[in-house]
Ligand binder design. Structure first.
Ligand SMILES: CC(=O)N[C@H](C=O)[C@@H](O)[C@H](O)[C@H](O)COP(=O)(O)O
Ligand SMILES: C=C(OP(=O)(O)O)C(=O)O
Length: 376
């Protein structure tokens, strides 16, 4: 399989292209099938969906919160997500269809139950989206399955990325890739920070680095490939003007075709055998202008950007009580779970730091753990 050959560095002159259907199917299996066919026709290697078990991914108060948006498919966030979530039967049907037409099929696992479901489905790899890049228990479990993983790094700091790499190496899982990603929809060119692709490649020389882009158009993604990204993921849509949060920053079939053709051109010209192009060379190769220059500006370190805060606030994961916990209780691993919570609690990346701390008051099951209920 191409992705595994890229991850094991057997092949250096190829890029694995993922069409992220995500929730752009509008909750309709027939539309999803049409999108799979269009992605195949465009030359993508893989179609990807997003799998959630809503009660495992969200606290009940996060599911019950009002969702007031032109993109809402229900009056609460839970109803909205329920409308967009495909059943296991539909997953089987879409997987069969993808197999029939010859395109890889997978999804992101947005909680542990979905991870188990995707492992049972025997997908070729599992995606861990940016929202779960700091969900260390999920990552640990995913790494132990010995299934290839593609892990996005949007709205996270470099120390979280370091921890991901540590978890993978502790699990002796070498079949994984890290995706540079900025979680802003659409991402302005100045925030694309493509320089981080080189930073990640230098810091983790044995890990395949990819790019999951949310900007408009295709030239910044092509530049990401010239920087060294060997897996590319872009949201895919049949029509950008449809209702739904992701359509605008998605690629329609003609744009996806042009991205695939552009990358093919790089391959034919053997451009992919080199990942040391200067910014000026890349701008010249792509005939680019100011937006490309802005996207390519040098970056020293990886931090959470201001443009990512709305996404982190809406979909970032918090530490939540897995069961009712009494005042004075000393926190153990089995007391905690990681969910999108409303209101949010302390951020998921502090999970290991709070083990052994004591509660200053009782906390109910499904309630977020907040800073002032903890004492050492
Ligand atoms: C961070 C993350 O999961 N981001 C995903 C992948 O990029 C998105 O597709 C979200 O699911 C989507 O933007 C959510 O939109 P709404 O909140 O309208 O369902
Ligand atoms: C959130 C996801 O991806 P990314 O963080 O790469 O946008 C996903 O794949 O579900």
């Amino acid at each position: 399989m191409l992705l595994l050959d890229i991850m094991s560095k057997k092949i250096c002159n190829e890029v694995y292209i993922i069409a992220e259907i995500g929730q752009n199917h509008q909750g309709c299996p027939e539309t999803a099938k049409r999108m799979i066919l269009e992605a195949k026709k465009a030359g993508c290697h893989c179609v990807k969906f997003q799998k959630s078990d809503l009660a495992a991914k969200f606290t009940s108060s996060a599911l019950n919160r009002k969702y007031v948006s032109d993109h809402a498919w229900g009056s609460t966030y839970g109803q909205h997500k329920e409308y967009l979530e495909f059943s296991k039967e539909v997953y089987h049907l879409l997987q069969d269809y993808s197999r029939e037409i010859g395109i890889d099929f997978t999804a992101s696992a947005m909680d542990e139950r979905s991870l188990e479901f995707l492992a049972d489905l025997r997908v070729p790899f599992i995606k861990i989206g940016s929202g779960d890049a700091n969900n260390f228990p999920l990552l640990t479990k995913a790494a132990s399955l010995q299934i290839p993983l593609v892990i996005s790094t949007g709205m996270q700091t470099m120390s979280t990325v370091d921890k991901i790499v540590e978890i993978m190496s502790e699990s002796r899982n070498e079949m994984y890739a890290l995706m540079h990603c900025i979680s802003a929809y659409p991402t302005p060119p100045t925030d694309c920070n493509l320089g981080l692709i080189s930073v990640l490649m230098r810091r983790f020389p044995n890990v395949t680095i990819g790019y999951s882009g949310h900007e408009l158009g295709v030239s910044i993604t092509k530049a990401a490939v010239l920087m060294g990204a060997r897996i590319v993921e872009r949201h895919f849509t049949l029509d950008k003007n449809q209702k739904g949060s992701d359509h605008r920053c998605s690629l329609e079939p003609a744009e996806m075709c042009s991205l695939v053709r552009g990358i093919d051109q790089f391959r034919h010209n053997k451009y992919l055998l080199n990942a040391n192009y200067t910014v000026e060379e890349i701008i010249k190769m792509l005939g680019g202008g100011d937006e490309l220059r802005a996207a390519l500006s040098e970056v020293e370190n990886k931090d959470i950007l201001e443009c990512e805060l709305p996404c982190r606030f809406k979909l970032g994961k918090s530490i939540v009580a897995a069961r009712d916990l009494d005042k004075g209780h000393k926190i153990q691993v089995s007391d905690l779970t990681i969910k999108v919570s409303e209101p949010s609690g302390i951020s998921a990346e502090t999970y290991f730091d709070i083990i052994g701390m004591q509660l200053t008051r009782s906390v109910n099951q499904d309630e977020p753990i907040i800073e002032n209920v903890l004492t050492s």
